[in-house]
Design a protein around this ligand. Sequence first.
Ligand SMILES: [Zn+2]
Length: 301
Amino acid sequence: MHDFVLPLFVSEKLDERRPIASMPGVFQLPAEQIADEARSAQDLGLQAILLFGIPESKDEQASGAYAENGVIQRALRDIKSTCPGLVTVTDVCLCEYMSHGHCGVTRIDGDDFHVLNDETVELLVKTALSHAAAGADMVAPSDMMDGRIGAIREALDSAGFDQTGIISYAAKFASTFYGPFREAAESPPQFGDRRSYQMDIANANEALREVSLDIDEGADIVMVKPALPYLDILWRVRERFGKPTAVYHVSGEYAMVKGAAEKGILDERAAVLEIMTALKRAGADIIVTYWARELAKWLRE
Ligand SMILES: [Zn+2]
């Protein structure tokens, strides 16, 4: 159970927890509850959480992402004072904070839009620094912009955060299985899609190239996302680079099994254990999963 990381969604807009319809058993949490939720995860035996923030308001500079009192920054301080031993990983991306829902600074030319890489990386660096300052043990840039791992590593080191690790979403495919997450993180793009910066699902070589670049730039852990449809990638990344490798079992993969289990088609526990075993078998050192709590219980029984 030390391999599991539990994603948690913390929202500035809520007074009480809100269920996410497409992901039964997953909630958005109000800021006041995040520390208790983190503590209960730790009590179950989990060692790490991955935090996503939903800000009160969004703008075109994603300023909530790097605000001193932003939703993640406050959550980190609360969690660190309640359960200092829990490893906190933060999602570093701009889409939840951008009014248009893209992962970067965009420019619109007529019917076209462009995500501006360098401008985006600058804001990602600011975000990562502010998370580190608020107590993040690891930052996890999930945007797939070029050069962001190196830029974040350099900025963290020169600000004295050389102990803060980086989990890179190195091989993130433009997958249809992310659908339910966008409800959870309230981050669907308002126009266009993310194919210009996420990877073509058919392209394994590009994935390996991206992973190698991120390792060269200083990623401590590399992540493959989604999980089950990309076992081949996971295996190749783990074999080729020998780096600690994480895999994100994503919202659509979760919803699929939940839906089948609710209809009595699948035995949820058996299915989940089989999936997790497959991910381990394919080389996953770390598994990000919405079932982390249940897995901690099941594996103890
Ligand atoms: Zn994003």
